[in-house]
Write a protein that binds this ligand. Structure first.
Ligand code: MN
Length: 199
């Protein structure tokens, strides 16, 4: 069963001016597509081919002989999760149960936002910042390269790609400006709330 490159859940221009059409075209049509194609080619005809991608990711994460397959599998999954972590007119503060839980577990939304931006800023080189549910508690975490929280038994709720290809065309070296726009204008709190409710 091959993993399908999902279409973006919004138009290529829908996140402007915060993320340009150009960035989404390269990021989705080139970068994400390549991870999906490489993953499908790597598992075709193997015993991993019939399993859901999440199962494959967890199964091979600690196998050094499968690093290449893992990187493409995790990046294929991470990017699908990232597209859903954003929406036009997103950002600002969440509502409902998620907002209450953020207040309980972080102290306030502002403290969560500070931790999330700090995770993105301190991820040296390429990687991801995440809001996760870890044993019933919300936490902010960061992962290098392709790594993701599935391999630590955490439930991902929201992610922000901090690879340079996610922001360089629009922000050049100013990663903090991209992260600010993500939290103020793009974060899809409905998606995070759904993931929390399903956890
Ligand atoms: Mn990316």
């Amino acid at each position: 069963m091959s993993y399908e490159l999902p279409t973006l859940p919004y138009d290529y221009t829908a996140l402007e001016p915060y993320i340009s059409e150009s960035t989404l075209e390269f990021h989705h049509d080139k970068h994400h597509a390549a991870y999906v194609n490489n993953f499908n080619a790597a598992v075709e005809g193997t015993d991993l081919d019939s399993q859901p991608i999440e199962t494959v990711i967890k199964a091979i994460a600690s196998n050094p002989e499968k690093t290449g397959v893992f990187n493409n599998a995790a990046q294929a999954w991470n990017h699908t999760f990232y597209w859903n972590s954003m929406k036009p007119n997103g950002g600002g503060m969440p509502a409902g149960d998620l907002a209450k839980k953020i207040d309980t577990d972080f102290g306030s939304f502002e403290k969560f936002a500070e931790a999330f931006k700090n995770a993105g800023a301190t991820q040296f080189g390429s990687g991801w910042a995440w809001l996760v549910l870890d044993n019933g508690t919300l936490k902010v975490t960061k992962t290098p390269n392709a790594d993701n929280p599935l391999t630590s038994g955490q439930v991902p709720l929201l992610t922000m790609d901090v690879w340079e290809h996610a922001y360089y065309l629009d922000y050049q070296n100013k990663r903090p400006d991209y992260m600010g726009a993500f939290l103020s204008n793009l974060a899809n709190w409905d998606f995070a709330a759904q993931n929390l409710a399903a956890a």
